[in-house]
Design a protein around this ligand. Structure first.
Ligand SMILES: Cc1ncc(C[n+]2csc(CCOP(=O)(O)OP(=O)(O)O)c2C)c(N)n1
Ligand SMILES: CC(=O)[C@@H](O)[C@H](O)COP(=O)(O)O
Ligand SMILES: [Mg+2]
Length: 629
């Protein structure tokens, strides 16, 4: 196997032409085989095998810096830098990350996970190189989807202005997770589809270059000019007019062409954008046919491409999607927004049924928030469905454009809490803190699937300001269906009322809280069980009432401690001098790596057994203190 000759970075440069051709197909086979067991981002990785090989042939690691936007397509890069063995434990706890990590390899120049950062980070390297008088190449690889993100445009603007040597590779496969959208996508389409015309232009450029005694100069002069003659041979005018050199489009599955293009890119002075056209899912028919499904996949049957894990229950996302369709029928002003996550947020059916009221704005969360604010100001009822960690991108917009004006925007915050195998960049563990501290914001979280439906209906009907409803990834809890009292503003739900210990759970941690209560009962301890429902405003009246016959409050939430529900309950109890001890069971104030959610919960002591033990310890301590008195 040629693959075995790759033990470490730059080993690929020792292979001959025939071996390189074999290597590409071996990498594809390897990726399909491994990801069929572990799951992972298959389609994007299959699309960049030759591109990554060409980069590793033309640059030298770790001296040169390769920055992978999002980083979900970095698997071949990992293979070519000696991490083949890591694929058995890909995205498992303690195993190899699915994204580039500086602490995993010296060949990973920059950590990624969220989109559209690679050009900014690359440009930072470029300036650092200059100031420190170092000498290496910087290559940022950005997808056409990631290029829809505002940061990418800001960085291109800056790169053109700084004019330093910098290679930006645009990996254009016409796909974000779903089909790519927007004006830039249409523009790239135009460049690609004018292929014959482009070839003509390139031939013209070649011919011009060959003019003895000044051909090169003519070309370089024409490239710099604003004249319309330039259009005759330069595709990618948008980039050229900004001040970047545009090269391409290049067939991203032709290694020879790619290597030639990189050689040319290396010669260019200033920032160069190399436009590479690839096919998402290349080499595996099911992924070529359904690139969205194979963007991020669980384990699957290689022969058929069918998933191995059967979905038995509705996810919270499914419930959200159904309620949106139901409400869409009844409420003509309801509109839905996604930032390139139509499938992931469950808006697919709403899109099909109400195409005029569905907006995919591209990977542009900040814009999505302000766009929603404008829609609300214009009299509509916008729902922005977004993953918790991606909403971080729109934070100023939430405060400045939505909350300050108290506009009735609904934030459907999916993937809240631990998400699992995507790891630290994607865990939705800060939203309770960052949303609860915003004046005018209301924050709710449901205990089960029925409550999510009720809360969404409540949020859509609410007109007095922004509301966030946060719910986790995966199967929706369907226990405690009989507890379905109406959602009332700022009111929690007392599920079991006893004395002594009061467990106050936030959202999906209710399931854990109910198990913990059962364990306490078996140990002879009484515990009330309160479903907080509203994280903001907190049901202070309930806290005061509970303090009359409970000595210990236990809050449980899947969020960091600082700024979370528990900390706010503690603060309230202290301010009001309630005669209670508060145990806040939270995630640590830290980043949490990849792994399955159940393993991670054990690690951070948020599983039922660990929570039970923490309560016993605190309770025993309280007993001991009281006995000593
Ligand atoms: C800020 C942010 N929003 C959304 C995502 C989710 N996401 C990951 S990859 C992706 C599509 C990227 O498309 P592209 O850059 O073209 O890469 P491809 O998968 O086509 O190779 C999206 C929307 C993200 N990682 N970061
Ligand atoms: C790379 C990325 O950001 C997305 O592909 C993400 O992995 C999707 O996560 P879900 O599987 O939770 O939809
Ligand atoms: Mg793409």
């Amino acid at each position: 196997m040629i693959l075995e000759k790759i033990q470490r970075e730059n080993d690929i440069q020792k292979l001959n032409k025939e071996e390189l051709a074999i290597l590409a197909s071996e990498i594809r086979e390897f990726l399909i085989e491994k990801i069929s067991h572990t799951g992972g981002h298959l389609a994007s990785n299959l699309g960049v095998v030759e591109l990554t090989m060409a980069m590793h042939l033309c640059f030298h690691l770790p001296e040169d810096k390769m920055i992978w936007d999002v980083g979900h397509q970095s698997y071949t890069h990992k293979i070519l830098t000696g991490r083949r063995e890591g694929f058995d434990d890909l995205r498992k706890y303690g195993g190899m990350s699915g994204f580039p990590k500086r602490n995993e390899s010296k060949c990973d120049a920059f950590n990624t996970g969220h989109s559209s950062t690679s050009i900014s980070a690359g440009l930072g390297y470029v300036k650092a190189r200059e100031i420190r008088k170092e000498n290496y190449r910087v290559i940022s690889v950005i997808g056409d989807g990631a290029l829809t993100g505002g940061m990418a445009f800001e960085a291109l603007n800056n790169a053109a202005h700084l004019g330093k040597n910098f290679i930006i590779v645009l990996n254009d496969n016409r796909m974000s997770i779903s089909e790519n959208v927007g004006g830039m996508s249409r523009y790239l389409d135009g460049i690609r589809t004018a292929d014959v015309y482009n070839r003509l232009k390139r031939n013209l450029e070649k011919a011009l270059r060959k003019i003895p005694g000044g051909g090169e100069q003519i070309v370089s002069h024409l490239r710099k000019t604003k004249s319309s003659i330039k259009q005759l041979f330069v595709p990618g005018m948008f980039f050229e007019d900004m001040g970047l050199t545009y090269l391409g489009p290049v067939d991203g599955h032709n290694l020879k062409e790619l290597v030639r293009a990189f050689k040319e890119a290396k010669r260019v002075k200033g920032a160069v954008l190399l436009h590479v056209v690839t096919k998402k899912g290349k080499g595996y028919l099911p992924a070529e046919r359904e690139p969205s499904r194979f963007h991020g996949t669980g384990p699957f049957d290689i022969r058929t491409g069918s998933p191995l894990e059967k979905k038995e229950k509705d996810t919270y996302t499914d419930v959200f999607g159904k309620i949106m369709c139901d409400m869409g029928k009844k409420e003509p002003s309801l509109v839905a927004i996604t930032a390139a996550m139509e499938d992931g947020t469950g808006l697919g059916e709403f899109h099909r049924r109400f195409p005029d009221r569905f907006f995919d704005v591209g990977i542009a969360e900040g814009h999505a928030v302000t766009f929603a604010a404008g829609l609300a100001a214009g009299g509509l009822k916008p729902v922005f469905a977004v993953y918790s960690s991606f909403l971080q991108r729109g934070y100023d917009q939430i405060i400045h454009d939505v909350a300050l004006q108290n506009l009735p925007v609904v934030f459907a915050v999916d993937r809240a809490g631990l998400v699992g195998s995507d790891g630290e960049t994607h865990q939705g563990i800060f939203d309770l803190s960052y949303l609860s501290m915003i004046p005018n914001m209301t924050v709710l979280s449901p205990k089960n699937k029925w409550e999510l439906a009720d809360m969404l209906r409540f949020a859509i009907a609410y007109q007095d300001g922004p509301v966030a409803v946060r719910y986790p990834r995966g199967a929706a809890y369907d226990g405690y269906k009989e507890f379905r009292s109406p959602v009332l503003y700022g009111k929690s739900e007392a599920v079991f009322e006893e004395e002594d210990i009061a467990i106050l759970s936030v959202g999906h941690m209710f399931e854990t809280a109910a198990k913990v209560r059962k364990k306490l009962k078996e140990a002879g301890l009484n515990a009330s069980l309160i479903n907080a429902r509203f994280v903001k405003p907190m049901d202070e009246e309930m806290l005061v009432t509970l303090a009359k016959d409970h000595r210990l409050f236990v809050t449980i939430e899947e969020n960091v401690k600082t700024g979370g529900f528990g900390e706010r309950v503690m603060d309230f109890a202290e301010r009001m001098e309630l005669p209670v001890r508060v145990l806040a069971v939270t995630l640590p104030d830290d980043y949490i790596e990849h792994g399955s959610v159940s393993v991670l919960r054990k690690e951070v002591m948020l599983d039922d057994e660990s929570v039970y033990k923490q309560i016993l310890t605190v309770y025993a301590g309280m007993q001991h203190t009281e006995e000593k008195r």
